[in-house]
Design a protein. Structure first.
Length: 258
């Protein structure tokens, strides 16, 4: 994070023309300005250490979640194999049952006295077979839904794992930005500084929710126009360009504070 200071802009407009080469310079009479670079450098180093620790914790959590996902996926695959085996057994039983029905129909022609009881038993077995088929269809549907949910979660974890840390550090330096926790696992606090030329210490921040695919902003200081904020969120959720979003948010804060 750097601050530019151009003496030509701040002093050249007020410098009177020198009458001679020996005349004293106005710059010599100006008070010395202490920008607090050393303190700023120390705070940046402390922030970097905290941020590195934060990233390391996040990386460990992602790895743990990925391991849990893989374990769950292996269990799901094993459960699917067991279901498949049960379906094969059930299919064999169904074939045997159908053969039994055919045999019973043939015997019914010879046993008129047992036609009524055989028909009742056949209806019962047919109803049971339909219930079993319905259960199989419902089970297969539930398995497909669970597999799809696991795939979506896996894609989300992979997207988090591919977060480009150097790019994030670039935006922090470029935008005079620091990131802190917001007191909840699914929220981050983004704090901007050096927004106003007359007051470099003035800060502005917003809390970003990350619990779902679409980002959301819960709190800001100073308060921003909600319509403008919603427009920026719509752009972010559509193009997923987080760096550009941070840049637009800084511009929005500057316009509001001015």
């Amino acid at each position: 994070m750097t601050s530019s200071f151009e003496p030509s802009l701040s002093t050249s407009g007020m410098r009177p023309p020198l009458t001679s080469a020996d005349a004293p310079s106005v710059a010599d009479s100006l008070p010395s300005i202490n920008f607090g670079f050393e303190d700023l450098r120390n705070r940046m180093a402390q922030f970097t250490a905290r941020f590195d620790a934060f990233i390391e914790r996040g990386r460990k959590e992602i790895l743990e979640e990925r391991n849990q996902f893989r374990i769950g996926l292996a269990e799901l695959q094993e459960d699917q194999r067991m279901r498949q085996r049960d379906m094969e057994i059930l299919h064999l039983k169904t074939q045997t049952h159908e053969q039994t029905l055919q045999k019973e129909v043939a015997e019914a022609a010879e046993m008129h006295t047992a036609i009524s009881s055989v028909a009742m038993e056949r209806d019962s077995r047919l109803a049971k077979r339909d219930r079993l088929r319905q259960q199989i269809n419902e089970t297969q549907k539930a398995m497909n839904q669970r597999m799809e949910a696991q795939k979506i979660h896996a894609r989300h974890l992979d997207a988090q794992a591919r977060l480009n840390i150097p790019e994030l550090e670039f935006w922090q330096d470029y935008l005079c930005l620091r990131i802190e926790g917001a007191g909840r696992e699914d929220r981050l606090k983004f704090i901007f500084s050096h927004l106003l030329e007359k007051d470099w210490e003035a800060e502005a921040w917003f809390e970003l929710g990350t619990s779902s695919r679409d980002y959301d902003v819960f709190h800001t200081r100073p308060k921003l126009d909600r319509d403008a904020l919603e427009q920026e969120l719509d752009i972010l959720n559509e193009d997923r360009d987080f760096g550009a979003f941070l840049k637009r948010m800084r511009r929005l804060f500057v316009e509001t504070m001015k």
